[in-house]
Design a protein around this ligand. Sequence first.
Ligand SMILES: [Mg+2]
Length: 275
Amino acid sequence: MSEKASDLAISIIANKLRVNTLRMIHRARASHIGSCFSAAEILACLYWDTLLINPMLPNDPSRDRFVLSKGHAAAILYSALSERGFFPVEDLESYCQDGTTLTGHVNNSVPGVEVSTGSLGHGLPVGCGLALAAKRDGSAWRTFVLVSDGELDEGSNWEAILFAPFHKLSNLVLIIDYNKIQSFGSVSEVLELNPLADKLRAFHWNVTELDGHDIPALRVALNVISAESDIPTAILAHTVKGKGVSFMEESLLWHYKSPSNEQFLAALKELEGRQ
Ligand SMILES: [Mg+2]
């Protein structure tokens, strides 16, 4: 597949990432499958369309940077990196096994991973630092950060949201995986974020709202950075937790639960039926 894939090819990739993730989490008896599935199209668009990266030169100084701040969704990031060629797909079988580098939260010793994450609220502040460094160096590379909605309860995010427009970080894109469910309940029950777009605009961000599973819309929004803008961009991606498997969708249970053998086979059948 060429680096600039068609919308259909990216859709097939997103499904492949879900299938890999299902296998990894089932094998490891691990958690966070719902959190992975809501971000499948976002990661597929980033890695197969937006990011200027070279798997053969993972530390190329001119590469775009991506930070997965919702580090508990590690399985689908590792899946994307392996399918993109950063390391062998067979290595995914070691996910969460003893001695592996493919740990349950994102580990930067894995080729292609920029920053270890998992303690929430760190990715955007780090992203601000990366973007500021690129500006000061006069470098053209861009920084993309994917956060969860529940993670926005962390005050460090709001410091970064204040910081980025002040420093004119037009080379920074914040993507919010707005699946409306966090670890202990719905976002509206735990700590309401709405009107989230208005709040970001009030902090002087350029805000786009879209369906986070709409590949053509994501591709346009993720490539929005232009020389004309002098403020950062936020993409409010409305997503479905557990997207792709009917009995996992919009269910808090699948933030934690690992599929039984029976559920694994049912989920695999659904996902393979989408291809
Ligand atoms: Mg969430």
